[in-house]
Design a protein around this ligand. Sequence first.
Ligand SMILES: [Zn+2]
Length: 306
Amino acid sequence: MNRVLGVIEGSGPGPLNILLGGIHGNESAGIKAINQVFQEIKTHKVQVKGTLIGIAGNLQALLKNQRFIDYDLNRCWLEEKMAQVYRKEQHAQAEDIELFALHELIISYRNKHKRGEKIIMDLHTTSSEKGNFVVIPQNEARHPIVRALKQPVVVDLHQYLKGTMLRYFMDRGFLALAFEGGMIGSQEAIELHAAGIWELLQASGSISTNTEKSSLSESEILEEYARNLPDFIKVLYHHWIEDDDEFVMQPGYENFQAVTKGEIVAHDKHGAVQAPVTGMMFLPLYQNAGNDGFFIVEEIPVMEHS
Ligand SMILES: [Zn+2]
């Protein structure tokens, strides 16, 4: 697989849209959606303004269909780590190579794109049901592009996850958003991601809103998937797990499912793990990788974060 899935240098000035899929190697839905959109743009000769680039994340982990090889490629976007991988002789771990290559590529496009908005959309899928939502920096919750995606918006998740790509590029002049498309390996995630990409392209002015590209209405697809889900949520509790915790989530939890304080939601080597607060279950861990056991979130009013 090539790192660059597609590039379009548009016919006129416009935004820089960077689409990223597969930063976790077991989440290929984003890559499939990006390929699909590039193919449709070509087939329907869609006029693009600005620059559009699709990028594959963790190439080595994608080959093995695993989340990562040596370390999580979405927890390492930190100044000191970057300085380390730029001392080239020290690419001792698989993800060092990936991190370096991604950083070089994205920064080179950022530096070429002097004017116009810069947007990076990082496409993910989750190991639990109903995992469609958007993560953004808090003060961008009402940005037109974020609103166009119509998904539940988590306004503060990035504060709980150290070293995310989202946070790194948010600090470097991008509107950065992570778009979780649903369950790992599902067809729905590809459909939702593709719909989200089209809406991003329209809302950012990269393509015109009356572009004829398919019979499906992307806006309707996005709306359908977000039906009955909250608009804006924030984190109440984050259950961090150590590698030797022997953490096992109780089966059957979905994102946004109600949980009550005291409810046994998981077990680890110390015994039962209870929900410390009442709220909604979020990102329950159903894979053997990662240090985020689960979150508990609550819905917040739309206007609170305007
Ligand atoms: Zn992911």
